[in-house]
Design a binder for this molecule. Structure first.
Ligand code: ATP
Ligand code: MG
Length: 749
């Protein structure tokens, strides 16, 4: 499946071949200060996956060097997450805190070598002395201290004789290094705080830059894989290990792009805020992007791993569309789970010409799914259907039950509406109907044509259940904070009606509720008295649909109507295309399905592909953006050509523009018909990567946000993202995010 190796696996293979490493040892090193999220899943899949692929092993290490934020409940959550994703760490869980004595001994060794000193400048002075990107720093006068004095002071720091912040231990490297991180980085700080494992034994705690490389070395790690923000820290990593002249083999650090996803926040700090502020119900709230949240919602570990594989491993940060994750779970469950019927908003139908009752043998799976299993569906005179599956005055294109239009009850008979019973306000209370005895599903000789099939339950046997309908937690594509929360992210239906077999037969925990989506028996709140189901994901990408609707509200109805509840089989030609798209071109099933079924789209796609070979990116833009245009006009009326879409994708692929800017370029192509290259040039949309252009903007953002700068300097490292975001915003999204990231961290530290 993984025919294209990522760059990290390429490195690992080369290191094995050259003998640089004998055994592949990786580690997953979270800080236990929050529940792991989908970004951690990417790191877990990568570290454990590489170890597995090259017959090595992977350690689970708690990077617990910050006593004030860490807790054992987070350790448990991290262990759960790794296990749930199907991985096993080597030996027992490791803790950086277990290495404190060794790390301390290494610090003493550096002092004795004259390579580290106790500095007593204030925090502010330390920052001032560090200089800027364009200006060398100057060394503290305390760097002159004798080895004896340093040893004495460091020992007393450890014993707790000084206050927080009074002294620090620094490596003596180079105050004019181009890489600002190398300007005598801090190795230890004083913290009078109780550590959740080490208790009060230590009054000093090692900094990440000192502890991480040594922990890797102590564990025999060969490949230390981390995210891009640590690129500049790699020099310190190497300096420490080299200066201490540690016996080989030693670990090497490699960086990859962290996962970012739209409509999602992914920092533990922001997630903690949601949990503590009770905006969600705990760390495992099914709306959270935590692994515990996905697990409780009903995602399968397979779907998450497939997602991690699909998004790949890159060297440049990018934003992944959350609908890609939703595709993965839909795709996984599509052929796996039984299909059953549940009515969320019931309205009663009495079938007046039906007497008695019967049980219909109904398969749990459609014909094209190679799984077997069926249940008995009770059928009787009184049933419930979905309120919106009936309309008295339907608009054109409504295919379900109306006073004039019969409909099929899935697995059962065709019914027709005879009478509508209403209350004094005109609300429909009940529908009186008749059924056609000859129309039974599978042996229909009635000759009656219907346009759709709807789901239903038998009144007497249906069970009442609670259904929790989840939607995206944020309504903003790039959420900044709680102000962007989606007020409708949870909707509880407390009296939905479900067919009895789901409760009594318990054939699975996950189901497709016909025409509604995929659902999961809530692992915490489900009981026989009160069954509770979580909506995992809808059958289609409703957000895409919603936004399309909003954009083109008054437009004519779509050209092709899909009959609700019935999937039209593909023609042979369509099947062939579908097979090629999924197998050869590696498109996901949803995209392939859309393309294969639409000749206009697939022709357009093929033409673009012959101009430029980037199937996945082309298919995405064509099934989303181009398709939206084609809903409103014929191909011949479009102002852009397939070749031009190919050029647009090429601009993204070669990093001339970001994918965000590409949306803007596309809109312009739609309007003006101009070539993408021309638009990019005219509007000055080329990605800015030149530090000379970006630095002044960074300085301005820093000057305008003194509060956040102060918080950052007080240790709130997570604000880095805030600054990067502001700078990107100020450039209209044109700045190269990776460059901004680097420059911002240099300016702030
Ligand atoms: P956050 O900023 O969300 O709190 P973090 O980087 O502080 O995350 P750690 O617990 O320090 O979280 O991270 C553990 C491991 O997971 C690290 O190796 C880190 O690189 C990786 N990781 C964290 N977030 C992501 C992400 N979004 N994508 C990929 N890997 C990630
Ligand atoms: Mg961290």
């Amino acid at each position: 499946m993984n025919e294209k190796k990522d760059f990290l696996r390429t490195i690992v293979e080369e290191d094995l071949k050259s003998g640089k490493c004998k055994e592949v040892v990786t580690r997953f090193p979270p800080e236990p200060n929050g529940f792991p999220h989908i970004g951690h899943a990417k790191s877990i899949a990568l570290n454990f996956g590489i170890a597995r692929d090259y017959n090595g092993h992977c350690n689970l290490r708690m990077d617990d060097t910050n006593p004030t934020t860490e807790d054992t409940k987070y350790v448990e959550a991290l262990k759960d997450a790794v296990h749930w994703l199907g991985f096993e760490w080597e030996g027992s869980v490791r803790y950086t805190s277990d290495y404190f004595p060794q790390i301390y001994a290494y610090a003493i060794q550096l002092i004795k070598m004259g390579k580290a000193y106790v500095d007593s400048l204030t925090e502010e002075e330390i920052r001032e002395y560090r200089g800027t990107v364009t200006q060398a720093g100057k060394r503290s006068k305390y760097a002159q201290r004798s080895i004896e004095e340093n040893l004495d002071l460091f020992e007393r720091m450890k014993r707790g004789e000084f206050k927080d912040g009074e002294h620090v231990l620094r490596a003596k490297i180079d105050m004019s290094a181009a890489n600002m991180k190398m300007r005598d980085p801090l190795m230890y700080r004083i913290r009078h705080a109780e550590h959740f494992r080490a208790g009060n034994e230590w009054a000093v705690y090692p900094m990440y830059d000192f502890a991480h490389c040594l922990s890797d070395y102590i564990e025999g790690v060969s490949h230390s894989i981390c995210t891009l923000e640590f690129e500049n820290n790699r020099d310190i990593y190497d300096w420490v290990l080299e200066t201490l002249e540690l016996e080989p083999p030693r670990p090497y650090q490699h960086e990859f792009a962290r996962l970012g996803m739209n409509y999602t926040v992914m920092s533990k700090r922001k997630l903690l805020e949601l949990v503590e502020g009770k905006y969600v119900n705990g760390w495992d709230d099914p709306r959270l992007p935590t692994i515990a949240g996905y697990k409780r919602r009903g995602y399968t570990p397979e779907s998450i791993l497939t997602f991690c594989e699909q998004i790949g491993v890159a060297k440049a940060n990018s934003m992944v569309d959350v609908s890609q994750l939703e595709f993965c779970i839909r795709d996984d469950l599509n052929t796996k789970v039984p299909r059953v019927m549940c009515v969320l908003d019931p309205i009663k139908v009495t079938i007046e010409n039906y007497e008695g009752s019967e049980e219909i043998d109904a398969s749990y799976y459609p014909h094209d799914v190679p799984k077997e299993g069926s249940r008995k569906l009770p059928f009787s005179r009184e049933i419930y259907i979905e309120r919106n599956d009936f309309m008295e005055n339907p608009p054109k294109g409504y295919f379900r039950l109306t006073p004039e239009q019969p409909v099929r009850l899935k697995h059962a008979y065709i019914i027709a509406c005879k009478e509508v019973v209403k209350d004094e306000n005109g609300n429909v209370l009940e529908i009186k109907a008749t059924y056609y005895p000859e129309s039974k599903s599978g042996s229909d000789t009635s000759g009656i044509k219907v346009k759709s099939a709807i789901h239903w339950v038998s009144a007497a046997e249906a069970k009442e259940v609670e259904v929790r309908l989840y939607d995206r937690l944020y309504s903003a594509e790039a959420p900044e904070g709680i102000e962007d929360l989606n007020p409708d992210s949870l909707h509880i239906v407390s009296n939905a009606l479900i067919e009895p077999a789901v409760i009594t037969q318990k054939c699975d925990e996950r189901f497709q509720f016909e025409r509604q989506g995929y659902f999961y028996a809530d692992p915490v709140d489900y009981s026989d008295e009160k069954p509770v189901f979580n909506k995992i994901v809808g059958l289609k990408d409703s957000w895409n649909k919603k936004s399309k609707k909003a954009e083109q509200a008054p437009k004519a109805p779509a050209k092709k109507e899909q009959i609700d509840g019935e999937v039209v089989p593909m023609t042979e030609a369509q099947e062939a295309l579908y097979a090629k798209y999924t197998n050869t071109l590696g498109l996901n099933t949803e995209v392939a399905n859309t393309l294969a079924r639409d000749a206009q789209l697939s022709d357009f796609f093929e033409e673009a592909l012959s101009a430029y070979n980037s199937p996945v990116n082309l298919a995405n833009i064509i099934t989303n953006d181009v398709a939206r245009e084609l809903k409103q006009m014929e191909v011949s009326a479009l102002k852009f050509t397939a070749k031009e879409i190919a050029s647009l994708v090429k601009l993204i692929d070669d990093a001339t523009i970001s994918s965000k800017i590409a949306k803007q370029v596309f809109e312009e192509m739609v309007k003006s018909g101009e070539r993408p290259e021309q638009i990019v040039e005219d509007k000055g949309l080329v990605q800015i990567s030149d530090p000379a252009q970006i630095l002044p903007i960074i300085e301005e953002v820093i000057a305008n946000n003194p509060d956040n700068v102060a918080k950052f300097k007080a240790g709130n490292n997570k604000l880095l993202g805030f600054f990067v975001g502001q700078v990107l915003k100020a450039t209209g999204g044109k700045a190269n995010p990776q460059v901004v990231n680097e420059l911002v961290s240099n300016q702030l530290y």
